[in-house]
Design a protein around this ligand. Structure first.
Ligand code: HAM
Length: 533
């Protein structure tokens, strides 16, 4: 029996260990905490965006973090990696609904309840439910009628099938709208443009945003599942009866100014190794013809391509151009280039974008393989890389998306924009030693004695009101210890307040960098602080 109790004890200890382990919460894979002092750099970057984008006439928009899944599916494209594989989606069912997915055993009651909820619009009345609800009612009716008479073996099989159908139908009911955490924000900005009738504002409407985006990608350096973007969009309704082809020069200038703005922002931050690549991917006229040509050429070399590219010949041949596979590079180099197949309008616009970039002193390289992974682009596309980022070196991506607003139910509208990966931007700044040191405190107020505490509180209040960062220890400390702590916190000055200082109203001020010490009045100290900034 001793053996048995020993075993129980061991099992119990293992259980306790397991429970303790469970309690150790950690940030979810691909997400992370941004902490001080790094967050100061994040704030500095966002503040700079606010300033620079403001000088170009952009206002800030803060769209919600989740939207209907359908919005992203339609805007970004159902076949793209982002929508097909990477979105965090959920059904937003109200808490008070019965859980049909669990309680389907009393299926007759469940169908009656579901019908009632459907009729009172407590569950979505569109989509699958529209078909399922009447079907379920029919099946329950059939089930009830079959049950009334004596059963043959055939009847029993039929009933089993009916029950199976009803339960599986209940499990497929949509109990709330399908929502997704936003994987990007261009779709949201276009949705907001339509929802708020922004086409009635002076055009174009220029909006910028910053915030978290969510994509279920394989995490690595510079690639996260929750990451941050700083983006900007320019939207302009096309007046009725206007021939869009007539505005090629104007569109090109808008494209070039948007690119100039992001380059100016990077220059102001001192980002290093910045390289801008541009391309034109044509429009609804010329791109399909080029894609077809590409497909034909790719089919000729299909056997030499890897499985991903082979699949893309069918789904999206343009994405083959994105391939990084060493073995495919020579083959891709021999494929037809889109620049040779642009229609006259697209070619003219691309040439004008390049001329406009030149006028603005923006250096660029052309990359005919730059196709981007979102479906809404047409004509101008661009990407910017920076140093110190390894394989995930795209710090910004963007392009023109005329027609997207219309696709989402708005008026014919032109659009161009970009999004910067803020995590990558920060990484690159840090790698280049532009992260900024820990900023510490301006003043550490050391005090001893009850009278001194009141004086220290009042001194801290005045210094903080004047905008200085002040550390006020909550309990008195021997001055030696206090000065040690001030040093550790990186304080620039320590004010020492003891009986003597209170009596004479002369503070002892120690400059921590050189250890020098002097007596001075509060006003003199404030003056010294301001000068030392
Ligand atoms: P995107 O190329 O998908 O474009 O993303 C823009 C930038 O976001 C990328 O260049 C990269 O720096 C950053 N990024 C993307 N995914 C991740 C990730 N998993 N972890 C860290 N950073 C990431 C768009 O999102 C478009 N909405 C841009 C746009 C705006 N086009 C027109 N307007």
């Amino acid at each position: 029996m001793i053996g048995a109790s020993w075993k129980t004890e061991r099992a119990d200890a293992a259980f306790q260990r397991l429970m303790a382990e469970k309690k150790k919460f950690q940030a979810i894979k691909g997400t992370r905490d941004l902490l001080p002092p790094e967050t100061e750099l994040w704030n500095r970057v966002e503040q700079m965006a606010r300033e620079v984008f403001g000088t170009f006439g952009f206002g800030e928009i803060r769209p919600p973090i989740f939207e209907p899944t359908e919005l992203f599916a339609r805007a970004v494209g159902g076949e793209t990696d982002i929508v097909a594989k990477e979105m965090y989606s959920f059904e937003d069912r109200p808490g008070e609904l019965p859980d049909f997915k669990r309680e389907s055993y009393d299926f007759v009651k469940a169908v009656a309840e579901a019908t009632q909820l459907y009729e009172s619009a407590q569950i979505p009345q569109a989509g699958l439910n529209k078909v399922l609800i009447p079907l379920l009612a029919l099946k329950v009716e059939k089930y009830s009628s079959k049950y009334s008479g004596p059963l043959t073996a055939e009847d029993a099989a039929g009933i089993r099938k009916l029950v199976f159908d009803i339960i599986s139908g209940l499990n497929h009911l949509e109990l709330g709208p399908h929502l997704s955490l936003r994987p990007e924000a261009t779709a949201s900005v276009c949705r907001a443009y339509i929802e708020h009738g922004m086409h009635a504002l002076p055009q174009p409407v220029k909006l910028w945003y910053t915030g978290p985006m969510f994509r279920r990608e394989r995490p690595q350096k510079g690639r996260y599942r929750q990451f941050y973007q700083i983006g900007a969009e320019v939207l302009e309704m096309v007046p009725p009866n206007q021939d869009p082809a007539k505005n090629i020069g104007k569109d090109a200038a808008v494209d070039a100014e948007v690119i100039e703005m992001v380059m100016a922002f990077f220059a102001r931050l001192g980002l290093e190794g910045v390289k801008l690549e541009i391309n034109s991917i044509g429009d609804r006229d010329c791109r399909p013809k080029y894609v077809e040509l590409l497909r034909v050429e790719l089919l000729k070399v299909k056997e030499k391509l890897g499985p991903d590219s082979q699949r893309r010949i069918e789904t999206n041949p343009l994405r083959v151009l994105d391939s990084k596979l060493e073995s495919e590079q020579a083959i891709i180099a021999g494929l037809p280039k889109i620049a040779d197949h642009l229609c006259a309008n697209c070619a003219a616009q691309y040439a004008e974008v390049k001329r406009q970039l030149g006028m603005r002193g923006v250096a660029y390289a052309e990359n005919w393989r730059l196709v981007r992974g979102l479906d809404y682009y047409m004509r101008t596309t661009f990407e910017i890389t920076a140093q110190g980022l390894g394989s995930q070196n795209a710090v910004c991506g963007g392009g023109r998306y005329d027609g997207l607003v219309e696709l989402l139910g708005g008026p014919p509208t032109k659009g161009i924009g970009f999004a910067i990966g803020e995590d990558r931007l920060i990484l690159s700044l840090q790698e280049a030693g532009k992260g900024g040191a820990a900023t510490g405190r301006d003043v550490f107020v050391a005090w001893m004695g009850e009278k001194a505490q009141a004086a220290a509180i009042s001194a801290a209040q005045k210094l903080r009101a004047a905008g200085f960062r002040v550390e006020l220890p909550p309990v008195e400390q021997k001055f030696g210890k206090a000065l040690g702590q001030a040093d550790k916190l990186g304080a620039r000055f320590a004010v020492i307040l003891g009986d003597d200082e209170i009596a004479t109203e002369q503070w002892t001020v120690k400059t921590l960098a050189d250890g020098s010490q002097a007596k001075m009045s509060e006003a003199e100290f404030l003056e010294l602080l301001r000068k030392s900034l």
